[in-house]
Design a protein around this ligand. Sequence first.
Ligand code: AMP
Ligand code: FE
Ligand code: FE
Ligand code: ZN
Length: 288
Amino acid sequence: MSVSARIDLHTHSTASDGTLGPGELVEAAAGAGLDVVALTDHDTTAGWATAVAALPPGLTLIRGAELSCRWSGAEPAIPLHLLAYLFDPDSPELTAELARVRRAREVRGERIVRLLQADGIPVSWPEILAGAAGGTVGRPHIAQALIRAGLVATTTEAFGPNWLGQRYRLPKDDIDVFRAVELVRSAGGVPVFAHPRASRRGRIVPDELIVDLAAAGLAGLEADHEDHSPAERDHVRRLAAELGLLVTGASDFHGTHKTVRLGAHTTGIEAYERIVGLARGVTPVASG
Ligand code: AMP
Ligand code: FE
Ligand code: FE
Ligand code: ZN
């Protein structure tokens, strides 16, 4: 891998709330000129095999996931996302926890739909589940139902305060973040805190938590992300330097559910090599 390699370590497919299938995603990544792409669907590894099978020449795939976590140090608990790279997908504890969170997402999704229906809003849970097509269901799938009903025009609007961002926002039963770091490490994976300062999505955690997570085995912080302002990116970079954590940048591509393009933000080769060097679960995949 050369120093000019283009590395995007955070993307979503139809295995969760993206709009390209895992095979289409790796094709698009190659088309966007990427050398490395990580597939990090929410709480699932279901897209891995299809992505590997479709991997175009010249592209390296990092198999990963984005874990739905929460920190219970605030009241109510603050939700946060942990990227996990190159972990063993057969680790029993981690697999069980992911299955539990996917189920919790269904419980939460159905409750949100009932709240909407109670206000006379015509959305249907079976239809939303069908829209997720077996992938991890999330609010973006409910957002599509609001768009279909003509209530909002865009996914962004559906995440506004009158809709899924606040009024119809319910918590789900996420994984305790310290347990998640421990489970990912035990499965040979590399945990990186996704968009830690993305305050426009909701409450963010204090830096003291990141200090404690670093001591507990967190490997890195995502700094260059669409939801971070330049000042927030600098802050994350400084914190990572203080704590000896690696720093990543990534698109968090979701297909047409978001406007950001593949490769909009990228990770440097040193951080990439540190991740690969730390991993003990599965290896990067390059097509022959
Ligand atoms: P959930 O995991 O069900 O809580 O939904 C969170 C997901 O919704 C994130 O992973 C994003 O894909 C998406 N999302 C969150 N905030 C926004 C937003 N403001 N606009 C569009 N999509 C968003
Ligand atoms: Fe998402
Ligand atoms: Fe995220
Ligand atoms: Zn993401």
